[in-house]
Ligand binder design. Structure first.
Ligand code: EPU
Length: 428
């Protein structure tokens, strides 16, 4: 069994004030890996995936596949999945609670078994996060859906083609729909789909499996196959990890080179970083250099679906705004409760006011080290960034969230010259 022994509530101790210098390699994308791992349920043939980051979330995904009956071998960023032995169509509450993205088994299980029983994900720290759009597509495809005892129980006697316009743009909703409809031989049309690079990586995999998928603007036309094949695929680099390191390089007044990324996925992040005063040199399609300037200019940021500014980079950019020469404004349009890092940044001396979905940030001269708590993945990353520039010692607690989504984060920062140590949780 693949274990989730990374699961700890360790804490990080950071001494701020060291400019980062050197080279860092960006890992494979978490949010591209998860749906691609789940897509293996659609076939009985072996699937080989490379560049899979070793994270709590990817390990939870393997654990879920093993629970369903699949064989899984994982090592050195490569996973082989043997899905022919899958014989269970239930995703238990204990796993879905640990990782919301477990809902990505819904589409593939329905396609394979005509049945999926998946614990209903509740809200989470960043918002309510309904899955109504996923369910509407399943219903249009012919599923009979009941919610019983906290589980969504779906039965699909005959898979029908779907024509559906998403009422909100949803990443995992689009992925679930694409996976289910890739098993339908008749033509389906989905409008207002998410175009995130992670969705496009899944589309590439579904095409390798035998589905025909055409995408133009926000419309996908899908003609699937009942006999989807196994696949070999290399996952795209993690654009959010890349963005996090770019902010760190600039924020600390450093000079770093990021390798193994995809420049084409980072447009809005590079633009905003330059606007703030960073020197960003594109070295190739896969690498760039970031240098800090004399000061940080204030920013006006409004999160949006790709290719807009990613909500997953909002917390990290807020740290830049905290130290900017002037007043910045950040509007969070994707999730209704994604400002939990604000209270922790305030403990470090930041001047931030939140009104509804907008944060007004008045730049201060310095942040000061403090004991702060991680609340969600990207909020935790922002606290580490703040710790890297703060005066004195910062202790970031409950870094379990960081382990969900950043591969060897403190080791990578250390290799760039940061003073950062992981400490095991003290037992009292
Ligand atoms: N929404 C609905 N109904 C639905 C689905 C979504 O109202 O059926 C709403 C959500 O409540 C939210 C908005 O639509 O307000 C967007 O949600 P979306 O479904 O796009 O988010 P997600 O698919 O659950 C993925 C990423 C998130 C990332 C968002 C937005 C994965 C596994 N997760 O979540 O990543 O923030 O898209 O880009 O791909 C992270 O990595 O830290 C993370 C939270």
């Amino acid at each position: 069994m693949i274990s989730t022994t990374l699961s700890t509530s360790d804490y990080l101790v950071i001494e701020g004030g060291k400019p980062l210098k050197g080279k860092v390699s960006i890992s494979g994308s978490k949010n591209a890996s998860l749906p691609i791992i789940m897509a293996s349920i659609l076939t009985k043939e072996t699937c080989e995936i490379e560049n899979v980051p070793d994270l709590l979330d990817t390990r939870t995904a393997f654990e879920l596949l093993q629970y369903l009956g699949a064989g899984v071998e994982f090592g050195k960023g490569r996973v082989n999945i043997y899905p022919s032995s899958i014989n269970i169509y239930t995703a238990p509450d204990e796993v879905v609670r640990r990782m919301r993205a477990s809902v990505l088994v819904m589409g593939p299980l329905l396609a394979r078994f005509g049945r999926a029983v998946v614990s209903m994900p509740g809200g989470c720290s960043i918002g309510v996060r309904s899955i109504d759009q996923h369910l509407k597509v399943f219903e249009k495809a012919g599923a009979d859906i009941r919610v019983r005892h906290g589980y969504v129980d779906m039965e699909l006697k005959r898979l029908k083609p779907v024509e559906y316009t998403f009422e909100v743009i949803t990443v995992t909703g689009t992925e679930n729909a694409l996976m289910l409809l890739s098993s339908c031989e008749k033509k389906s049309i989905l409008r207002n789909i998410a175009l995130e690079p992670e969705v496009m990586d899944l589309v590439e995999v579904l095409r390798k499996m035998g589905a025909e998928i055409y995408i133009e603007d926000r419309t996908a036309i899908i003609r699937g196959s009942r006999e989807l094949r196994g696949f070999s695929h290399r996952v795209i680099p993690d654009r959010i990890e890349a963005g996090t390191f770019m902010v760190a390089g600039f924020l600390t007044g450093g000079d770093i080179v990021l390798e193994d990324l995809r420049i084409e996925h980072l447009g809005s992040v590079i633009e905003k970083l330059k606007e703030a005063g960073a020197k960003v040199d594109i070295l190739s399609l896969n690498s760039l250099r970031v240098r800090g300037g004399d000061s940080i200019k204030p920013l006006c940021i409004s999160t949006a679906e790709y290719p807009g500014f990613p909500t997953d980079m909002q917390a990290q950019f807020m740290v830049l705004c905290c130290l900017a020469d002037g007043v910045s404004e950040i509007r969070e349009n994707i999730f209704e409760n994604r400002f939990q890092h604000v209270a922790e940044l305030q403990r470090m001396g930041a001047d931030i006011r939140v009104r509804g979905r907008t944060a007004i940030i008045r730049g201060v001269k310095k942040l000061y080290g403090a004991e702060v708590y991680s609340t969600d993945l990207r909020a935790s990353a922002s606290l580490v960034l703040a710790g890297l520039v703060a005066e004195g010692t910062t202790v970031v607690k409950d870094i379990y969230h960081l382990d969900r989504g950043y591969e060897r984060l403190e080791e990578k920062f250390k290799s760039l010259g940061a003073v950062i140590e992981r400490q095991p949780r003290r037992k009292f």
